[in-house]
Design a protein around this ligand. Structure first.
Ligand code: GUN
Length: 295
């Protein structure tokens, strides 16, 4: 049987460290970390995510600032909200939930967030820092993936990793983080030829294609470590929805370790967002990025 990599337990541990770090920062006369969460419109999934992020803040002692705006908000109005948050010294992190309504230029809005407050790590300055290995804020899901990997395989040097998915939010930043750790990284995607032949050679597979149960048992060599970032909601026959990953979980007995869906990568994402917010607050209080990274 493959070992289950327990994202819920690891997220709880990270939250405890974040809570202690917030308390220590405040006790030392530093600022109480503040996270602004901006939601435009009423997309039901986004509302759920935003509620979880706000609750997560409460649990670790981060002050949250919620900005809910109607779907009719213009790009100019949203930009004015972002400018206000950029200028607010109580706000150390800003997260603008995507997707934004189609009449708003998402790239322009994300670019308007100050890089040092961009706790999503989506700003081109942070993307550039990540690809040059020069610090900056790392996107939450890729950071969570690295922590999950570290819990089973602390030394990634020379290991063959196949990433499935080339998104800006997950696939590309994960590839950069793995390269930084001197793994040998192959980035593939849904149009890659002979994908199973490539994944069969991998010591680690990170599946982030958004394609339910794409990775089958015979795509995986015995002893490989499997990180499943995919999460697709599928309507069940009993009327209840079911969450399905990119990996056919029931076929992974021969793997060394595998993340479940749900309960693997998902819980780590919010824990990493909270941790990024504390790092941003510490940097704003004068710590160097390297010092803030010690969290
Ligand atoms: N929408 C879905 N996931 C995310 C995320 O991690 N950050 C933001 N800003 N929006 C999202």
């Amino acid at each position: 049987m493959a070992e289950l990599i327990d994202g819920k337990a690891l997220a709880r541990t990270l939250d405890e460290r974040t809570r202690a770090d917030v308390a220590a920062l405040v006790a030392a006369g530093g600022p109480r970390p503040g996270l602004a969460v901006v939601l435009v419109g009423d997309d039901p999934a986004s509302q759920v995510y935003v509620r979880r992020k706000i609750k997560g803040c409460e649990a670790v002692g981060i002050t949250s600032f919620e900005r809910r705006l109607p779907a009719t908000t213009t790009e100019g109005e949203l930009m004015a909200v972002i400018a206000g948050l950029n200028a607010d010294p109580q706000v150390h992190g800003i997260l603008c939930q995507v997707p934004l309504p189609p009449h708003i230029d998402q790239g322009a809005v994300l670019d308007a967030i100050l890089p040092d407050k961009d706790v999503d790590g989506f700003h081109p300055v942070n993307v550039g820092r990540l690809s040059t290995g020069t610090g900056g804020i790392v996107p939450c899901t890729p950071l969570g993936v690295m922590m999950l990997l570290d819990s089973v395989l602390p030394d990634l040097k020379g290991l063959d990793v196949v990433v499935i998915g080339k998104s800006n939010i997950v696939g590309k930043p994960i590839a950069m983080l793995l390269l930084e750790r001197e793994a040998t990284v192959t980035v593939t995607h849904i149009h890659t030829k002979d994908l199973p032949q490539i994944t069969r050679k991998a010591d680690i597979i990170v599946a982030a294609a958004g394609s339910p149960e794409l990775v089958r048992g015979d795509w995986v060599k015995p002893g490989a470590v499997i990180i499943d970032v995919g999460i697709t909601r599928i309507a069940g026959e009993n009327g209840k929805d079911r969450l399905v990953g990119d990996v056919a979980f029931a076929e992974m007995d021969h793997a060394r370790a595998v993340t479940p869906v749900p309960g693997g990568v998902g819980p780590m994402t919010i824990a990493c967002l909270l941790s990024n917010t504390v790092k941003a607050a510490r940097v704003s209080a004068g710590e160097t990025v390297a010092e803030a990274e010690t969290l």
